[in-house]
Each structure stands twice: as C-alpha cells, then as structure tokens.
Design a protein around this ligand. Sequence first.
Ligand code: ZN
Length: 180
Amino acid sequence: MKKALIVIDYTNDFVAADGKLTCGEPGQAIESKIVELIETFTEQKELVVFANDVHFEGDLYHPETKLFPPHNIFGTSGRELYGKVKTKYEENKAQYISLDKTRYSAFASTNLALLLKERGINEIHLVGVCTDICVLHTAVDAYNLSYKTIIYKGGVASFNKAGHDWALGHFEHTLGATVK
Ligand code: ZN
C-alpha cells in the first residue's frame, strides 16, 4: 500500500434529499466519481478509509450543537453511507477501514495518522463532503502532517457553493495540494 483514499462523510444526512444537513444535488452528483475511485483503489489493493462524523443525541458540550442542526446521530440511518457508496462499502468491507470522527478533520482525535504510518502511506486522496468543512479541515491537518494530498474536483461537494469554490483554490494555492 502506497496511498489511501479517504471518503469523508458521504452519509445520508449529508447527501440524501431528506438528510439533516444535506448538500443536496451537488452531493448526489459526486456519487459515481466516488464509486469509481473506490473501485480503482480496491483493485490496486490500496487503502480505502471511510471517515464518518458521529454525534450523540442531546450532546450539550459538542461545539457543533450550537452551529448546526443535529446530524449523523449514532445509531440512526442518517449516519449510514449514501447510495452506491454504501453498496460498494458493503461489497468489500473486510478490506476497508471505517473510522468514526467527532470533529471536522478525519485526523482530529482519531488513529488515522497511526493507521497510515503503520502502512507506510504518505499520500492521501480526498473525496466526500463538505468541501469547505470536513474535507478542508482534513486537508489542513494533512498539510501540517506533511502528507502529499490529492483532492478530486468531481469528488467533493458542499451546500455552500461559494465555500466550495474558495476551498478548491485554498487546497491548491495555500496547502499545496493537487486538485484534479
Ligand atoms: Zn458534525
């Protein structure tokens, strides 16, 4: 394994039409690109990580409680992967890593850096939602940890179009990531 695909928050609450904090159509439009990348990484025996937000009902102390409606609540269908990405995950789940995260970044208080280090991986490929929130914060941590980072324009989306466009520029010009 030389590289890892990290699929960020591609869950019903962030993507489905009736999701609690949904990106809506832009989120649904990236489904086939994410599926294609999962297939490629799986065929090449590279690591695929599904990093999903987890929150708990009525958590008064979580900073997002004041900022966003409740989403990705533990044990709900909103926290399940969306559409064909879920199907792909189910097909090969023994081969994948499912990672729960409680902050925007997939690196924040998780063992992601350790999992990558154990496998000698220093190149990460990011897809998922939202471009300007969880993908952005993951990319910032990847920059600080010196990972080579690739972000797929057709594999990220947000409910905030201006934020999405800004983040794509930031990845390339400030974080030195490859946007393709
Ligand atoms: Zn959240």
